[in-house]
Design a protein around this ligand. Structure first.
Ligand code: ADP
Ligand code: MG
Length: 602
């Protein structure tokens, strides 16, 4: 125990700490994310120095992050072989906040009670250690100075002393958290492993956790093999920033005799490598194989199906981030049933550190099937004025992502086989998009496909339909119904097809709604052929007139008989072989719509 020099925290630090401690209780696990990302930053810094100074690494050549617990003393330790801090940096970095605007930010938060949850999502830095610890000891060694110990019980002050043991670290920083009595879950291997994987799976440097794993081994009756496992010193690890799996010691040396074998469960302590996944989104797409993209997708999305398509890009300009967007091979269960639940389909990282996937509708519902990784390099992460604007920042990202999704789908539409597959999984989603997304409706409309009466085509785009429209045809003819078979036999279709017109078959329940929200496209209006008046180009009016007068009596008769059932009855030229058809008025429901409404029990 050394008594060190006493230093006061800068007033802002105390205020910030109180704020964090009082408002982030529920998400206090983020302290580990903060410490690991600081460790990773520190290693980045020394690695950068080593590019110009070949001796920079010699005091501790292995670049890694190690985490272990001392259960008896309730201490959790996070160590790194990063750049470390000299005495001056220790006082400045862990006693003051260098960020400009922190004061204003604190005022804003304290007065108006801004959403503290957002701050928790976006990184709070070193002081989050006091969420879980009532005492924190930082031991640190920089190449330029002696080894120092920083110690604090939070709130007002901290002490700094030269380490009487001398240089035990070589180089780097070790942070010991003396856990609060209500935070002892952070001594548990499983809890720590879970948190490291959740937040820090893609950190560039190896993260090793000292764990005790149970293994089942065979033992013979006579001699029980000694299973001796040494705690591997971190210095033994040869490779620098290499994420290779550690060697697993073979503790199951099997005896050769044929005697009946018994098994026994033993505890095997050792260093376990946490981050085996590499963040492929940070690499150059040119060097990534499809196989790598697919593999990465399956592990990140926890999906056993191959993805259908993906796009990997870097956004520049107003916002800068890297991203991979995937379209899954299969629609997830209950795609449209989920109401107000975090969709968790978009994972936001900042410099490879996981920030959150708890977004409500980060992408609009119709794109809820995509899976995306977004990694921003310079999100206004830290507590500062910008934190209050982060919503705007996210909106910019959202806009870019939506555009990229639509581009990706448009690209996919050039590959007929894949696009057919896409439509069978997500076609309805696109229609929802055309209904809900006013801004992108035109773009989405180009991606929609419908069966039609056009020979040889069971799936046409609206634009292709338009290109085949007859001279003088002023509207896009469609009919709604329950199935292609049903509408094909409709007397309305028959009349039009006989005259050489093409009819779109809208046989999904959502189609009725679609044409309500999207009454036209490409300068043409949709016309439901089961509704209202109908006029053909070059229609032989004299002929119809003749028929009208010939059937006046019959029509009058039917009209008076069916007075309660129909609005009017008339002679029409729209049928060819069928004698008659029931038509809805322009503003009325078609038979199909009636069916849909009845099914929904309105
Ligand atoms: P930020 O990481 O955003 O700068 P933090 O509160 O997390 O803010 O950390 C404050 C500063 O303390 C860092 O900028 C860094 O200079 C220093 N620091 C924290 N942890 C370490 C570490 N493990 N090694 C070296 N320096 C560190
Ligand atoms: Mg930090």
């Amino acid at each position: 125990k050394v008594t060190g020099e006493k230093h006061e925290f800068q007033t802002e630090v105390s205020r910030l700490m109180k704020l964090i401690i009082n408002s982030l209780y529920k998400t206090r696990e983020i302290f580990l994310r903060e410490l690991i990302s600081n460790a990773s930053d520190a290693i980045d810094k020394i690695r950068f120095l080593s590019l110009t100074d070949p001796n920079a690494l010699s005091a501790a050549p292995t670049l890694n992050i190690t985490i272990w617990t001392d259960k008896d003393n309730k201490v959790l330790t996070i160590a790194d072989s990063g750049i470390g801090m000299n005495k001056k940096q220790l006082i400045e970095n862990l006693g003051t906040i260098a960020k400009s605007g922190t004061s204003e930010f604190l005022n804003a938060v304290e007065d108006k009670k801004a959403d503290m949850n957002l701050i928790g999502q976006f990184g709070v830095g070193f002081y989050s250690v006091f969420l879980v610890a009532d005492k924190v000891v930082v031991t640190t060694k920089n190449n330029e100075d002696k080894q120092y110990i920083w110690e604090s019980h939070a709130v007002n002050d901290f002490t700094i002393a030269e380490d009487p043991r001398g240089n035990t670290l070589g180089r780097g920083t070790q942070i010991q958290l003396f856990l609060k009595d209500d935070a002892l879950e952070f001594l548990d291997d499983g809890v720590l492993r879970g948190l490291i994987l959740k937040y820090s799976e893609f950190i560039n440097f190896p993260i090793w956790l000292w764990t005790t794993q149970t293994q089942v081994v065979e033992v013979s009756d006579e001699k029980t093999e000694d299973t001796e496992v040494k705690k591997e010193s971190t210095d033994d690890k040869k490779d620098n920033d290499d994420l290779d799996q550690p060697e697993i010691e073979d503790v199951t040396d099997k005896p050769e005799e044929k005697k009946e074998k018994k098994t026994e469960t033993i505890e095997v302590p050792g260093w376990e490598l946490m981050n085996t996944q590499k963040p492929i989104w940070t690499r150059d797409p040119k060097n990534i194989t499809d196989y790598e993209y697919e593999n990465f997708y399956m592990s990140f999305a926890k999906d056993s199906n191959l993805p259908l398509a993906w796009t990997h890009f870097k956004a520049e300009g107003e916002v800068e981030f890297k991203s991979i967007i995937y379209i899954p091979g299969k629609a997830p269960e209950g795609l449209f049933q989920k109401v107000q639940d975090y969709s968790r389909n978009v994972k936001l990282f900042v410099k490879r550190v996981f920030i959150t996937d708890e977004f409500l509708d980060f992408v609009p519902k119709y794109l809820a099937f995509i899976r995306a990784i977004i990694d921003a390099d310079d999100l206004p992460l830290n507590v500062s004025r910008e934190t209050l604007q982060q919503h705007k920042f996210l909106q910019l990202i959202q806009k870019r992502i939506i555009k990229k999704c639509l581009d990706l789908i448009a690209d996919l539409s050039k590959d007929e086989e894949k696009f057919t597959k896409f439509l069978s999984e997500f076609g309805t989603s696109l229609k929802v998009g055309a209904i809900e997304d006013n801004k992108n409706r035109k773009k989405i409309a180009q991606l929609l496909r419908f069966p039609s009466s056009y020979k040889g085509s069971n799936s046409t785009s609206i634009d292709d339909y338009i290109s085949r429209m007859k001279k003088g045809q002023d509207a896009m003819y469609f009919i709604t119904g329950a199935s292609v078979e049903e509408v094909q036999n409709s007397p309305f279709v028959e009349g039009l097809v006989a005259r050489g017109y093409e009819v779109l078959y809208m046989v999904e329940p959502i189609d009725e709604m679609l044409v309500q929200h999207m009454p036209g496209h490409g300068g043409k209006m949709f016309k439901n052929i089961a509704k209202g008046e109908f006029k053909f180009e070059n229609e032989d009016l004299a002929e119809v007139q003749k028929l009208r007068s010939r059937f006046t009596k019959l029509i009058d008769n039917m009209q008076s008989t069916l007075i309660d059932q129909v609005e009017k009855i008339e002679v029409s030229a729209r049928l060819t072989t069928s004698p008659c058809a029931v038509v809805a008025t322009d503003w009325g429901w078609t038979g199909n719509m009636e069916k849909i409404m009845a099914a929904q029990a309105f």
